[in-house]
Design a protein around this ligand. Structure first.
Ligand code: HEC
Length: 137
């Protein structure tokens, strides 16, 4: 009886609490954003120290045909920002170049996918920001 009890406790620990179960699929892009990006990026205008995410996402959707291409470009940018790669070089003139982010690839990918999904065609691409603001956002 004692033995059965301890097996139950052990298997409960293994199945419920193992950090190995935190695979890439369970990483929340939004949580990563809140922890690592939101100091500089707001989601919608007005901007903090960087362009807001929705207009950035809109630019990515204009420039890239597929989520895969957009996410690949974004991950490369987050690791090593440069004017040549920027979807919005004018943002660098206004805010300065983004610093490179030292996050694991899986986290960069999860957050880039989340940014891609923040696309909101009512919002425009960041300048002349009057339009669209009276709507839901
Ligand atoms: C220290 C401030 C800072 C932090 C932290 C930061 N960014 Fe940025 N980011 C900027 C600035 C400034 C720009 C605009 C200039 C540029 O493009 O380099 C920018 C630009 C971008 C762009 C546009 C890139 C392009 O292709 O033109 C994306 C996408 C982006 N950030 C996503 C993120 C994500 C996702 C995170 C968190 C994982 C993050 N940023 C964290 C400051 C920051």
């Amino acid at each position: 009886m004692k033995k059965i009890m301890s097996i139950c406790v052990l298997s409960g620990l293994l199945s419920g609490l193992s950090p190995a179960s935190m695979t890439a699929a369970t990483l929340s892009g939004e949580a990563i954003f809140n922890r690592n990006c939101s100091v500089c990026h707001s989601i919608a205008p007005p901007p903090k120290a960087a362009p807001p995410i929705m207009p950035l996402s809109n630019r990515y959707h204009l420039k890239f045909q597929t989520k895969k291409e957009g996410v690949n470009h974004m991950v490369a940018y987050l690791k090593a920002p440069s004017k040549a790669k920027a979807v919005d070089p004018q943002a660098i003139t206004r805010f300065g170049l983004m610093p490179p982010l030292r996050l694991p690839d899986a986290e960069l990918r999860a957050v880039a996918e989340w940014v891609w999904d923040q696309y909101n065609p009512n919002m425009g691409t960041g300048r002349g920001m009057g339009q669209g603001m009276g709507r839901r956002w």
